[in-house]
Design a protein around this ligand. Sequence first.
Ligand code: PGA
Length: 255
Amino acid sequence: MSRDLLAPARPRVLVLPSAEAVADVARAEVLGAVDDARGKGRDPVLGLATGASPRALYRLVADAAPDGGLSDVWAVALDEYVGLGPDDPHRYRAELLREVVVPWGLDPGRLLVPDVDADDLDLSAAVFDDRLAALGGVDTQILGIGRNGHIGFNEPGSSWRLGTRRVRLSLSTRQANSAYFDSLDAVPLAAVTQGIATILRARRLLLVATGAAKADAVAAAVQARPTPRCPASVIQFHPQVLVVLDDAAAAGLEE
Ligand code: PGA
């Protein structure tokens, strides 16, 4: 795959009238990626975001997949919280088991998540990237976008050259994610995230965003000059990107 870091390009953007339509188009992309990988003789490898944005997409894939029809798929997490107990349901491993692995009928042994219980998180992050490479890389990486423009937990200012690593979460990210916890204090302070360099190695990126709260971040990611201040703007350097938005998330885009 060639990638010219000096020549950003406008990503392909589809704007649809509803969140349901966004999920439906994304579903077709994901199932197309699975077919493509199989056609090339590989087990499909999907990179999976957590959070609200891909949830409807995951349900539609589950509805569309015949029983056992996705059992060859590898599911790779984009990130994982650090500091939660091993059985905490807020862990992204737990969320991916609930939202993807079980409903899609995947083999739980094919779910790859950074090991956040290791003593040495630098080492376990490197091991995660090595395992990802050994799988042959991600076919399609599904991404949400944070209100601050983050992808994964790569917060504004993150270097684009870094791989998977431990990061501190910004206050705005912890505030946004506190919706899923009892309080802001319960939201972890740190995570292990695929780095931007890791994300860029996926063959395709599929960024999904809905709702007005994402409009500014989407405009900065898709149409403004790429800058580490908006981590998602790095997608302009990837040759195979599809951004699927509802009208509200697209409100900041110029024609
Ligand atoms: P959301 O999160 O899909 O829950 O809005 C996206 C993100 O923070 O990356």
